[in-house]
Design a binder for this molecule. Structure first.
Ligand SMILES: Cc1cc2nc3c(=O)[nH]c(=O)nc-3n(C[C@H](O)[C@H](O)[C@H](O)COP(=O)(O)OP(=O)(O)OC[C@H]3O[C@@H](n4cnc5c(N)ncnc54)[C@H](O)[C@@H]3O)c2cc1C
Length: 343
């Protein structure tokens, strides 16, 4: 099905802390943002890699966890009505003849935007794949590394592999809609929230799912449609599990991903920008946060916040070449105060 094109002022690639703060800075200049992230939640590294770790160098917040910082940034951005598109990877960014941008995602979303801001951090988080020979032939047909839409798995015989939060969460969340649910992990211990582990054990006791110990060594089926897997058990003996869908959850790595194909200059997998506009080699295409590089760059959240403020001014000028831009403090911005309901 062809999706309708979404027209907007700005598409922000990445909903990490810098992408989230950019919504605020662009919003002050009345620019409306859509954010796209490959993850299923906002916060980038703060949410995915260290949600509970304390951060000590956010100005005026002596200590804040990655999760709480994300929550606060979402709250600060909310008055500007940003729209979030999760579980979507931006694959193509293409300049149109009129200077605007067409942005396409792997899930079929299409945007046309006046400017694009790349706030993609270390690149996209991509799934670590299990070392099973020939797995590529099944990918996207009966092997999936993410749950984009739960409905895809309704009525399926699902085998989930892994012992972390994603494996446990999806085992619990999908079991009510699948035909059968099985979980396989190489050991009896899990790197997941104890509550999820308890829930999974309860489902096994209630015979609503099965748990197996061992490692998948091969997949069986024709034309990419899985029929079963061979497992090496912890006693060294092989055994078979029947299933038509496999969801391996072995964690995520960060890769530059499709950004390498967007026709912009790159330096060691980073995007060189100037420090006045934080613009890439393509006018109208900006880069802030960990993904950019310039002399003296520090990969800190507070650097990304500063970059977002200057980028927003330049993005406004690119999108509205004839408009006058007057610098204003938030303390005297009546439009912001109206949005916050305090004017
Ligand atoms: C363990 C740890 C501790 C840290 N502690 C601190 C600290 O104390 N203080 C500090 O300032 N910094 C700290 N950092 C660094 C800080 O987390 C980063 O500087 C910050 O997250 C960068 O923000 P960002 O928005 O640029 O990118 P990220 O947080 O990396 O977010 C980028 C987002 O873009 C998404 N993305 C990428 N490519 C695509 C694509 N093609 N399509 C869709 N989405 C895409 C990714 O999924 C990701 O969600 C720490 C980092 C780690 C790992």
């Amino acid at each position: 099905m062809t999706q309708e094109t979404i027209t907007t002022d700005v598409v922000i690639v990445g909903a990490g802390p810098c992408g989230l703060f950019a919504v605020f800075e662009l919003g002050l200049l009345d620019m409306k943002c859509h954010l796209v992230d490959i993850l299923d939640k906002p916060g980038g590294q703060c949410a995915e890699l260290y949600p509970e770790k304390p951060i000590y160098d956010i100005p005026a917040l002596p200590v804040v966890s990655g999760h709480e910082l994300t929550e606060r940034l979402m709250e600060q951005a909310a008055p500007f009505g940003p729209q979030y598109h999760y579980n979507e990877m931006v694959e193509e960014v293409q300049k149109l003849e009129d200077g605007r941008w067409r942005v396409k995602t792997d899930g079929g979303l299409v945007f046309e935007a006046k400017v694009v801001v790349i706030a993609a951090g270390g690149g996209s988080f991509q799934p670590k794949k299990p070392p099973i020979p020939g797995i590529e032939a099944y990918e996207g047909k009966s092997v999936f590394y993410a749950v984009k839409r739960m409905e895809t798995f309704r009525g399926k015989n699902v085998l989930i592999s892994g012992g972390g939060d994603s494996a446990l969460d999806w085992t619990i969340n999908l079991h009510p809609i699948v035909q059968s649910m099985q979980l396989i992990h190489r050991r009896d211990g899990f790197r997941a929230a104890p509550d999820s582990v308890n829930k999974m054990h309860a489902l096994v006791e209630e015979k609503k799912m099965q748990f197996h110990l061992g490692q998948i060594t091969s997949l069986h089926g024709d034309n990419g449609q899985l029929e079963g897997v061979t497992v090496k058990g912890n006693d060294g003996a092989d055994y078979q599990i029947e299933c038509d869908t496999l969801l391996p959850f072995f964690g995520l790595t960060m890769k530059l991903g499709p950004i390498a194909n967007w026709g912009i200059n790159l330096h060691e997998n980073l995007i060189p920008v100037d420090t006045e506009k934080f613009q890439t080699s393509e006018p109208g295409l900006f880069a802030i946060g960990d993904i950019n590089t310039y002399p003296g760059k520090l990969k800190l959240i507070l650097s990304g916040f500063h970059e977002a403020a200057l980028m927003a001014q330049a993005a406004f000028r690119y999108a509205n070449p004839d408009a006058k831009l007057t610098f204003q403090y938030t303390t005297s911005s009546t439009s912001l105060q109206k949005k916050l309901g305090v004017a």
